[in-house]
Design a protein around this ligand. Structure first.
Ligand code: IMP
Ligand code: MG
Length: 180
């Protein structure tokens, strides 16, 4: 696996430090209403981020999962997001924090945020580990952002290419000949 990675963009130690800061921001935001909180991770890209983040969150919370596929198979260009797993829990009247790995074109989050709003949550906020600010559209709100990055296709720390490299501990960039 290591041989496929051209360079590390964000080291795991930087991610760990930023996760603690993000958790503090999120904990402060929900301090007064932690009994009604549900985190909704968008599978599969957010699982590593979610697992690290929630262990720094001293809040009472539930999890409800949703799975959306935007980059099917061996492509780095987004297709229309497809719902693969419907929301696994009831979020009506609850404070919802959506968690995703990356805000790129915003199609995925636009679709999932609309789907969540239809189910009448008490509030909706969104946390992403990464954002590509040059591409992120103005109408997709994210309240908590780990890192702004340049417009590169990245892998690792949950992010995949063709379902590979999710277990790479850093956020990195593949050798160009490995992607189309
Ligand atoms: P968007 O819908 O274009 O904002 O893309 C969001 C989803 O596409 C993310 O949840 C990721 O799963 C995937 N994605 C977007 N950019 C990248 C990337 O650079 N590397 C790997 N996956 C990506
Ligand atoms: Mg994803």
């Amino acid at each position: 696996m290591e041989a496929d990675i051209a360079r590390i963009l964000i080291h795991s130690s930087e991610i760990a430090a930023r996760n603690r800061e993000l958790a503090n921001e999120i904990a402060a935001h929900y301090a007064d209403h932690d009994s009604g909180l549900t985190l909704v991770p968008i599978l599969s890209g957010s699982i590593v981020f979610l697992a690290d983040l929630i262990r720094h969150l001293p809040l009472k919370m539930k999890l409800a999962l949703v799975q959306v596929s935007t980059y099917p198979g061996a492509t780095t260009r987004p297709a229309d997001p497809k719902t693969i797993l419907e929301l696994t829990g009831d979020i009506e009247g609850r404070h919802v924090l959506l968690v995703d790995d990356i805000l790129d074109s915003g199609r995925t989050l636009r679709r999932v945020q609309a789907m969540i709003r239809e189910r009448n949550p008490r509030s909706l906020s969104t946390a992403v580990l990464l954002r590509k600010p040059d591409k992120a559209p103005d109408d997709v709100m994210v309240e908590f952002v780990g890192f702004d990055i340049e417009d590169l296709f990245v892998i690792g720390y949950g992010l995949d290419y063709n379902d590979l490299y999710r277990n790479y501990p850093h956020v990195g960039v593949l050798h160009p000949e490995l992607t189309p």
